[in-house]
Design a protein around this ligand. Sequence first.
Ligand SMILES: Cc1cc2nc3c(=O)[nH]c(=O)nc-3n(C[C@H](O)[C@H](O)[C@H](O)COP(=O)(O)O)c2cc1C
Length: 201
Amino acid sequence: MDRRTFLGASAALAATLALAHPVTAAQDAAKARTKPLPPPDKTGGKPLMECLNSRRSTHMPGKKELTEQQLSNVLWAACGISSTSGKRTVPTARNRQRIAVYVALGDGVWLYKPAEHALELALAGDHRGDFDGSACVLLYAVPRKDPFGYAHVGSMYQNVGLYCASEGLANCVKYQRHDALAGKLPLPEDWEVVMLHCIAG
Ligand SMILES: Cc1cc2nc3c(=O)[nH]c(=O)nc-3n(C[C@H](O)[C@H](O)[C@H](O)COP(=O)(O)O)c2cc1C
């Protein structure tokens, strides 16, 4: 069987299986678009004053991947839920929580979903090279006209910077190329990515 025939036959088989098991196929598709994270580790870490003292920028953090636990902790530090009432690790004006964090990883750009503490695929493919090539690139997004937008982003990157200091992760907040995915990343209407946080293990 040549390659074209093989690919045609595989596609036909996949379509037949999807028709035969529509629920499974839909579940598989949904699963591929969501990724659970391990619960954040809310204990331990270095003392706050040590973290404040050692927080520093590494301008090219590098390509060493974070562990799943570190990624979970980074995202929770950025804007995770820290109370039964749904409040976050960062304060927001009138608790309106008009903040979003996307994360560019090797297998796509994912939206962090705080309520589920999970990732939802926003854009397929490895887009880290569109930024500085770091192993993990957080994209902080806020509404274009929110007067508190930058303040909220500053809170998120400071939380993440302090967690990185505690964990010894190389990181740098970057404005450079923050809009590299404009028009490609499906943001809510009138929202924009205003800052990056490039991180590596
Ligand atoms: C809002 C903001 C934007 C920044 N943009 C960049 C950037 O585009 N590229 C870069 O290499 N560093 C960037 N930085 C990192 C700063 O250069 C760095 O924080 C500064 O040199 C002080 O170093 P420190 O963070 O180690 O104290 C940015 C920092 C902030 C807070």
